[in-house]
Design a protein around this ligand. Structure first.
Ligand code: KIV
Ligand code: ZN
Length: 510
């Protein structure tokens, strides 16, 4: 039997650290359920000390998940570890992941600590975390740029202190595959107690090498990979779960190991993460991009029809592309609606929430013939507004067309009162955004506007992402509707509501 490669998913923690990708507690639980259905081994649910909301989300994931381990991140500080242990209390199997930077530049410039003090801090943190659980992971942040001898010393010391997983992050995405693979081989050979821990890797994609580096490490004995759905993550992202999983599954002849991932659920998980975060998947993205299994050139199509293996190394259905997705329609009843939500991992908190969601479903089914899982996910996301809705849409009317100056008339509740505004713009979306700003005057700068059709067909819902920036803070807003102007206004208001809530979160790596 092939060796097991453990999959540690950090979409909810490192993925959420990408600017604008913040998720609500309910959204995190929904993604965690999708990860559990995939059979991810470890779900890193967040950084509990970051804020009360982060703590609540890690706790909620710990309560909801039974098959995967649930992990909380903590700097090598007792207050962080206490908070992580508290959040993980309800977990059936919990892991504390503690870390400290080990590269000369991080120790000198960021931590202002000597290597000896860092080593001592790491050992203390691991020992302290072991009081709460047997499952403690230690990460040497910026290991890719750390001194190899120092890395060997610290890994030996933390394993002796009780770390059962030791992680080698390429925090800034500086490594290249041959060298990174050798680093793992060197550590496994030189650390005297290496056999008492699982070696893990955590690669960032700044040079586009995160997956290649992770796989090089696997070839040299790493048996845990840290990754995210769609490669979401800080800056250029983390290694993409779907790419690593399919590489080791397709090329077992090379890697000699496999994961326990249920690959037919990959596409659904990818869509869920992209719907919730508003980070669209590029069409040519491996495994989960819309073109990943599409054959356009006639010559390829001909080959595939004769024998699919001429041009296909994986089957689209093995990653979930051809799953039966048409689920509900106008005549579907409440029970069918509830059952399908349960199948895609959504449980609404009570009957009132179910009734409200069912009303929205009926409205949508009036406008749209077939309702797909993606429509249901968008519908549920919309039903859970920001905790504080400072500004709310009452009504929007727009007009555009040949020979007409596009304009919008909007009514909003803002500051507890209803306001009306009229604006003209380059198009109806521009006019709607100007009308909103005419009321709220947020001073935010529009950094990104993207529309994506959730499903196919001209009656598909448009899913809009709006990214706003104000005083260095970036937020993403989302909106979905069969009318894309309305979806755009919803997305803009969603972003504003996020922006109006002060950000008091602590970033783990600052
Ligand atoms: O990139 C990194 O080093 C991290 C650590 C906290 C594991 O995310
Ligand atoms: Zn990271």
């Amino acid at each position: 039997m092939a060796d097991q490669l453990l999959v540690f998913d950090t979409t909810l923690r490192d993925g959420e650290q990408s600017p604008g990708a913040s998720m609500t507690c309910e959204e995190k639980v929904r993604i965690a359920r999708a990860l559990e259905r995939l059979r991810v081994d470890v779900i890193e649910a967040g950084f509990p000390i970051a804020s009360p909301d982060d703590f609540k989300a890690v706790k909620a994931v710990a309560e909801a998940i039974t098959d995967s381990r649930v992990c909380g991140l903590a700097r090598a500080l007792t207050k962080d570890i206490d908070r992580a242990a508290e959040a993980l209390k309800p977990a059936r199997a919990g892991r504390i992941h503690t870390f400290i930077a080990t590269s000369p530049i991080h120790m000198r410039e960021k931590l202002r600590m000597s290597p000896e003090a860092v080593l001592e801090g790491a050992v203390k943190a691991v020992r302290y975390a072991r009081q709460f659980t047997d499952d403690v992971e230690f990460s040497a942040e910026d290991a890719g740029r750390s001194d190899p001898d120092f890395l060997c010393r610290i890994m030996e010391a933390v394993i002796a202190a009780g770390a059962r997983t030791v992680n080698v992050p390429d925090t800034v995405g500086y490594s290249v595959p041959a060298q990174f693979g050798e680093l793992i081989a060197m550590l496994r050979n030189r650390v005297p107690n290496a056999d008492q821990a699982i070696f893990s890797v955590h690669c960032h994609n700044d040079l586009g090498l995160a997956v290649a580096n992770s796989l090089a490490a696997v070839s040299h004995g790493a048996r845990q990979v840290e990754c995210t759905i769609n490669g979401l993550g800080e800056r250029a992202g983390n290694a993409a779960l779907e790419e690593i999983v399919m590489a080791v599954r397709t090329r077992q002849d090379v890697f000699g190991c496999d994961t326990r991932i249920e690959t037919p659920y990959i596409v659904a998980a990818s869509r869920l993460v992209s719907t919730i975060t508003g980070f669209a998947v590029q069409p040519n993205k491996a495994i989960v991009g819309a073109n990943a299994f599409a054959h356009e050139a006639g010559i390829h199509q001909d080959g595939v029809i004769k024998n699919r293996e001429t041009y296909e190394i994986m089957r689209a259905e093995d990653v979930g592309w051809t799953a039966n997705r048409m689920v509900l329609g106008k005549h579907s009843g409440r029970n069918a609606f509830r059952a399908r939500l349960a199948e895609i991992g959504v449980t609404l908190k009570d009957d009132a929430a179910l009734n409200q969601a069912f009303e929205r479903f009926k409205d949508l089914a009036d406008k749209k013939h077939e309702i797909f899982d993606e429509d249901l996910q968008a519908l549920v996301s919309e039903g859970v507004p920001e905790a504080v809705e400072s500004v709310k849409l009452v009504a929007l009317e727009t007009a555009s067309g040949t020979g007409t100056k596009p304009h919008a008339d909007i009514r909003l509740v803002w500051g507890g009162k209803e306001h009306a505004a009229h604006a003209e713009g380059g198009g109806p979306v521009d006019a709607a955004f100007r009308a909103i700003e005419g009321v709220v005057a947020s001073g935010a700068v529009l950094q990104l506007y993207a529309v994506n059709a959730i499903t196919s067909g001209t009656d598909a819902q448009g899913e809009v992402t709006v990214r706003l920036e104000r005083q260095g803070r970036i937020v993403n807003g989302h909106g979905a509707d069969t009318d894309i102007v309305l979806a755009s206004a919803k997305a803009y208001l969603n972003a504003l509501n996020k922006l109006f809530v002060p950000d008091t979160r602590t970033h783990p790596q600052l």
